[in-house]
Design a protein around this ligand. Sequence first.
Ligand SMILES: Cc1cc2nc3c(=O)[nH]c(=O)nc-3n(C[C@H](O)[C@H](O)[C@H](O)COP(=O)(O)OP(=O)(O)OC[C@H]3O[C@@H](n4cnc5c(N)ncnc54)[C@H](O)[C@@H]3O)c2cc1C
Length: 469
Amino acid sequence: MVVVGAGFGGLGVALSLHRAGFRRFTVLERADGVGGVWRDNTYPGAACDVPSSLYSYSFAPNPEWPRRYAAQPDILAYLVRASAVVRDRIRFGADVVAARFGGGRWRVELADGRSVGADVLVSAVGQLSRPLVPRISGVERFEGPVFHSARWDHAVDLRGRRVAVVGTGASAVQFVPAIQPRARAVTVFQRTAPHVLPKPDAVRRGAARPVASRAARFGTWLAGEALTALLTSGPVGRGVVAGLAAAHRRIRVPDRDLRARVRPTTRAGCKRVLFSNDWYPALRAPNVELVTEPIAEVTAYGVRTRDGREHRADVLVWGTGFAVADFALPRVTGRDGADLAEVWAGRPRAHLGMCVPGFPNLFLVYGPNTNLGGNSVLTMIEAQCRYVVAAVRHLAATGAASLEVRADVAERFDARLRDRLAGGVWAGCSSWYRTRDGSITTNWPGLTWEYLRRTRRLRLADHLVRAEG
Ligand SMILES: Cc1cc2nc3c(=O)[nH]c(=O)nc-3n(C[C@H](O)[C@H](O)[C@H](O)COP(=O)(O)OP(=O)(O)OC[C@H]3O[C@@H](n4cnc5c(N)ncnc54)[C@H](O)[C@@H]3O)c2cc1C
């Protein structure tokens, strides 16, 4: 068995297999450490925005989270610790470039020319691993350091420097307050103002007992479901969220002019609703300027906006998010030579976000339409881990060679999903949730509860079970 990726997804699968008694699996990871996005996003202030009790595996609770919303170093340390038991199953520096099914098995090819055989292949390559840098003319002329928040250059000392930050999404909302006290000046370029809610963060006093952790987990899951319900239910629910965000702005931004500029122009839920107590205070700081005029170009000494003004800067930081990954390995060839990219034709889709007809024994983790706008992605990932283990168990118990989702089942699932998404909050919005042609390939349209129910057991009737490859 081969699992590709050692982020929360791949490690979750490996740990679940290990807990179920399976030992014959290998995790292939192209980087030199575990953690996925939590290894790569080391920007100042990086933290999760769902409570830590829910942003950790249910089977490996951490009663010692130092904060209610853990910071990146704590999340990474947790993942390293939690995955120690499968550490010897992980091959680092293994960049998978292709996988091909033939003769009843997968052959997984690495960039260095080597290959690995597998009966079952799990692709857990993440959705948010490719930093997105906008095409703005003149960037190459800029004389200072330029980097993306997901590849933070810690060698650049920001003390006393003028920093230009492009973007006001989830990462910028975290790192701008963290760098503002040390920078001489921070100029933040905003295209779309986010809806920001207060973050009920707190430093933990003492470790909670496991039972308290379980209760906390359930409570935070319910709160996440409630937020998701508000965002996905219709205009009334979204109005409640927008109202709460507006009240937060009124309290935190007394200055009317600034308040007008941070007022979102998109519906609540179009993009991820953000949580922060220090974003607005940072924007109010005397050394911070929020610029809403569109960017025209980057110059040698700063950023020029369309009104002709040049905003001088010594360092340029992209807080511009990610190009959503393709949900699977670079090149996947299934039964009868079917090419996954061609099958998808620009619209990634999979039954329950995991299984694709024509691709036996292939499971995608955090695959198409399994991202969430209001709850912990780990809820979805864990459901997928359980599903993969159930499939592997079935193969092992029956001696069957492969499972492959039936085309009619996958098509019905997809059609129903499209219907629901078409009437949902993300239709008609412009965000990373949608592909260029407008398809919503990232998000799950309902509550996680529904997904948990639908993936609770492996429905054999949904699959073709073959005795031989
Ligand atoms: C800054 C940031 C903050 C976030 N905060 C939250 C949050 O608060 N709550 C929440 O629910 N979600 C959050 N997310 C979403 C997050 O992506 C998921 O929660 C989760 O961490 C995804 O885990 P993953 O294993 O699927 O993907 P990743 O963490 O991206 O891991 C994928 C791994 O696969 C490896 N890989 C990729 N391609 C290959 C290949 N070809 N060969 C070998 N290895 C490969 C990568 O190197 C990486 O290690 C956040 C994301 C980011 C970027």
